[in-house]
Design a protein. Structure first.
Length: 211
């Protein structure tokens, strides 16, 4: 396991509002989610052989650990230190590298000039404003290996009042991706698998793109 902290990273990354205050409550909630249920709608698109995975907004590393257990190498990107520290403690693995970075630019990841077979943007996209989403899709497109798959989930339903959350149209996301030569290959609608969100009526759109 490798840990990299960017010395110039901002302590208040846009989109992370509320997460530091709620981290103690959110960590067990994140850990309660089964990734095989969460990704059921798009699991068939994941590589069957060991590959490079970029997990953007990795939270406590539940998804990263799931991919690592399947033999993949994972770069887990998370701007909230409480989540990174929990992930390092709860999911130690030589196949997971942790990096402090964030959308929309992912400057630390882009600087590495590495391409990924799977890029995950799960439970993150709705935290970006419209202009940030345009910048973000451009950055993500540069990180996708030829034939790789980009997975973006869109949240629909109520959100905590202390979070920065936008309602994001599916068509806007598809059009943004198309503008950067990323073509939609699959879409699905699912209920939340996190119990409290499910009870609140939260559901998700899953969009998969290839270059």
């Amino acid at each position: 396991m490798t840990i990299e902290i960017r010395p110039n990273a901002s302590a208040e990354v846009p989109g992370t509002e509320g997460y530091v205050d709620d981290a103690e409550l959110l960590i067990p909630r994140y850990e309660s989610v089964n990734p095989s249920e969460k990704y059921r709608a798009v699991t068939h698109l994941f590589p069957k052989v060991p590959s490079l995975v970029l997990d953007v907004g990795a939270g406590t590393g539940v998804d990263a650990a799931w991919f690592a257990q399947a033999g993949h190498q994972v770069l887990a990107v998370e701007p909230v230190s409480a989540f990174r520290e929990a992930g390092i403690r709860l999911h130690p693995s030589p196949q997971i590298e942790w990096l402090e970075d964030s959308l929309p630019r992912l400057s630390g990841v882009v600087h590495r000039k590495k391409l990924f077979d799977v890029v995950l943007v799960s439970s993150v996209w709705n935290h970006l404003a419209r202009d940030e989403r345009g910048v973000a899709i451009a950055a993500l497109g540069t990180l996708l290996a030829p034939g790789g798959v980009l997975i973006i989930s869109l949240r629909h339903g109520p959100s905590p009042s202390n979070r920065r959350v936008f309602e994001v149209p599916i068509d806007e996301t598809v059009n943004l991706a198309s503008n950067h030569q990323l073509m939609l290959i699959a879409s699905a609608e699912t209920a939340s698998v996190q119990l409290l969100n499910k009870q609140a009526g939260v559901n998700w759109s899953w969009l998969a793109f290839k270059n």
